[in-house]
Design a protein around this ligand. Structure first.
Ligand code: RIB
Length: 417
């Protein structure tokens, strides 16, 4: 009896399950010094064919960040999560390549359907020497993933998180969201490429990750006049929360990321830099994957600022190499990997990093003051999202801990504004 009890105590808890329902594309990428003008032909410097698609990238990001690379010594606490991909590819060579690429990264593809006679999704990508990209996606087989393929429950074991983007037929995305809500499965929506969504999508949505452009489009401001200010983002975050979203993240590329949650806490986490920016393709997907691991690893003590910080670290590696899936880092690439994604042990991580680097990774007041606020002479009337356009910012302000703790969740925009 005693032996059994002690065995039960030592039993490892089951790995959290993340299910990604989304696109798989073959990325055809030309690297160019600049993009051509209308009617102009230019020479590319380099071309590559690589596996991608926002769904596949996010699934692989979750899985690579949850595992060490093949051949690397196992880490003390083993893999961090199981990942399943649900999607559709064609019966062509690209389809087979994609499935093999995902399976080689331990992503379960048993619910990726192959459609004979259909082409796999393709993305034509141009990457400029600055690392910035422009992408045209042709969905092909991705569009054929139907609500019936999802059915009445999320395929496979009930996941701890379902992740969706918008590179599928919108009917399938909306059906999946309603199924997940009925089943009580937390949802992370990354509405990219952006499309207007029905209002009821937001009600009960656990996590919404948007970039600046998507944020504007979803709130009805299609023509960006300039970068979002801190104030714009607070108002936008509040608007999404009022619609029913629990955690809103606005990614800002090299400026970092902003969050606003249902407790009306908000803050900014700066971007990280681990080397020269070579190709930004897949950086947003890596950020989402790292954030998702933070969600499933910390059900009781999820800390959105820590999740953003993990996202920023992981994405900073992705931009230093060409390609999407191939440039996503494995777990051992992140600093002190045994502690990352574990919010309850974050103090330990911070202390270890401080000891190693002699400084802190917390957010300074300078970081928290968005450069756009400091540098811009624009008057509020020039803001892309004006006070009249958005809901007012709530009266409630996040509480200050005032204990000198440098954890980002306890820092807020107004600290440095
Ligand atoms: O987010 C990057 C991805 O967008 C690329 O891999 C491409 O396939 C497009 O879906």
């Amino acid at each position: 009896m005693a032996a059994e009890a002690s065995q039960a105590e030592n039993a490892t808890p089951p790995l959290p399950q993340i299910t990604v329902i989304g696109s798989l594309n073959m990325d055809l990428t030309s690297y160019v010094s600049r993009v051509p003008r209308a009617g102009e032909t230019i020479m590319g410097d380099h071309f590559s064919t690589g596996t991608g698609g926002k769904g596949a990238n996010q699934a692989v990001a979750c899985s690579k960040l949850a595992h060490v690379s093949p051949g690397h010594a196992p880490l003390e606490r083993g893999p961090l999560a199981k990942v399943k991909m649900v999607g559709a590819v064609g019966g062509d060579f690209f389809g087979q390549e994609l499935i093999s690429a995902l399976e080689s990264q331990s992503v379960d593809c048993s619910n990726v359907k192959r459609i004979e006679g259909e082409s796999t999704g393709v993305a034509m990508i141009m990457v400029e020497s600055s690392g910035e990209n422009r992408i045209i996606v042709t969905l092909n087989a991705n569009k054929k993933l139907a609500p019936a393929d999802i059915g009445d429950t999320i395929p496979g074991d009930k996941p701890d998180l379902v992740i969706l983007q918008l590179e599928l037929d919108l009917k399938t995305v909306l059906h999946t969201i309603s199924v997940a809500k009925k089943q009580g499965v937390p949802i992370l929506l990354n509405p990219s490429p952006v499309r207007k969504l029905p209002e009821d999508v937001y009600q009960g949505l656990d996590h919404l990750i948007v970039n600046e452009m998507e944020c504007r489009m979803l709130l009805g401001h299609a023509n960006p006049a300039r970068e979002l200010t801190q104030e714009d983002m607070r108002k936008a975050g509040f608007s999404f929360v009022k619609k029913g979203v629990k955690n809103v993240v606005i990614t800002l590329g090299p400026r970092g990321a902003f969050y606003f949650n249902h407790q009306h806490e908000f803050g900014f986490v700066p971007a990280q830099f681990h080397g020269d920016v070579v190709d930004t393709t897949g950086a947003g997907d890596t950020f989402t994957g790292a954030y998702a691991l933070g969600v499933v690893r910390n059900k009781e003590n999820f800390n959105i600022a820590f999740a953003l910080e993990d996202g920023a670290h992981a994405a900073a590696w992705t931009v230093t190499a060409r390609g999407a899936l191939s440039s996503i880092p494995h777990l051992e690439r992140l600093t002190l990997p045994n502690l990352r994604f574990d919010h309850s042990r974050r103090d330990e991580l911070l202390a270890a990093i401080r000891a190693a680097k002699g400084d802190s990774i917390g957010i300074s007041k300078e970081d928290a003051a968005m450069s756009v606020d400091k540098d811009s002479g624009d008057s509020p009337s020039n803001w892309a999202l004006s006070e009249d356009d958005l809901d007012p910012v709530p009266e409630k302000r996040p509480s200050e801990n005032g204990d000198g703790d440098e954890r980002p969740a306890k820092r807020h925009c107004e600290d440095g504004a």
